[in-house]
Write a protein that binds this ligand. Structure first.
Ligand SMILES: [Zn+2]
Ligand SMILES: [Zn+2]
Length: 319
């Protein structure tokens, strides 16, 4: 049976609204499970569509929503260079320059990432490496399908964190340093401000005072979480992994200090633990509103934060 193309409305509308719309494209971690794709969060505001991290399957989730991975995405921001946050990028980049409603980008893919102090920086090395690795594809498609060379380019922007790193159409993106462990630097979270609305993404981090500082007054706080069963916690090889992330109890402390209108977990790395257990462990330190994210869960950040679940059968969100 031929695949049915989605309506491709969401990415095309770009309706002016005072709200920020956040969609969790992937809420999982490195495990290649169909239940949760790799970390990727879509933030739409001021007519812009911004992607934060490009984990496994991000392009598939965009296609489900009817958003083109080519002309539908205005910029991509990476939190750090761990594979689970980047491995969907080649797909997004190459599918995005192909002809079709899922692609058709006519300008370079714009990519932001934290500077690692090297020259070229991490994000520029990714851009250069992808161009070299896939030079046969770009050469063939430019000649055979007349894809414009500029559409196959990646424009890399590196930055020093703890500053505004992007400011277009009234949408400000601030990157801030988080603590993902001594060997995993740079690593940042992001805060997006649009009018009086804001959303903060933790990226990958342990309990971070700097995150609490930058998230101050935010409407929606999306935070990573790592939890494992007591049996697994006894294994010595699990210790370094746990030491790079935030436990539900620690996240509860973060939420109780930031006091967002809503807290949501994404990038749930759960080993022998269920999302309900994570929420109940969180409640030991935080009694405010918190949800365990699922792929394609959406949040509309207005005067209040409204959560909507994707209806796969109807291929839409409830009105
Ligand atoms: Zn990481
Ligand atoms: Zn990660």
């Amino acid at each position: 049976m031929a695949p049915v193309l989605p309506a491709f409305a969401a990415g095309e509308e770009r309706a002016a609204s005072a709200n920020i719309v956040v969609t969790l494209l992937g809420t999982g971690g490195p495990e290649p499970t169909a239940a949760r794709f790799g970390p990727a969060t879509l933030i739409q505001a001021g007519g812009l569509t911004l992607l934060f991290d490009a984990g496994r399957g991000a392009t598939i989730r965009l296609y489900q929503l009817g958003i083109s991975s080519g002309k539908g995405i205005d910029a991509v921001f990476l939190t750090h260079y761990h594979s689970d946050h980047v491995e969907g990028l080649p797909d997004l980049w190459m599918t995005g320059y192909m002809f079709g409603p899922f692609g058709s980008r006519s300008r370079p893919l714009r990519l932001w990432g934290p500077s690692d102090g090297k020259e070229p920086s991490g994000v520029a090395r990714i851009a250069k490496g992808l161009a070299e690795t896939f030079s046969d594809d770009t050469r063939i498609r430019e000649a055979d399908e007349h894809i414009a060379a500029i559409a196959t380019e990646i424009e890399a922007h590196d930055f020093q964190p703890d500053h505004v790193v992007f400011d277009e159409a009234g949408v400000k993106v601030t990157a801030f340093t988080v603590d993902h462990g001594d060997l995993i630097k740079p690593s940042v979270g992001y805060r997006v401000d649009y009018g009086s609305r804001s959303v903060t993404l933790s990226g990958d981090t342990k309990f971070s005072e700097n995150l609490i500082k930058f998230a101050s007054g935010t409407d929606l706080l999306i935070h990573e979480v790592f939890a494992m069963s007591p049996q697994l916690a006894k294994l010595p090889q699990m210790k370094p992994v746990a030491a790079h992330h935030t436990s539900p109890e620690e996240a509860g402390t973060v939420f109780s200090r930031v006091r967002p209108k809503l807290a949501a977990y994404s990038h749930l790395v759960l080993l022998g633990v269920k999302p309900e257990d994570v929420l109940s462990r969180t409640s030991s330190a935080y009694q405010g509103p918190v949800v365990a994210g699922e792929d394609l869960m959406r949040f509309e950040v207005g005067d209040s934060v409204v959560m909507k679940n994707w209806n796969q059968e109807l291929r839409k969100y409830p009105d």
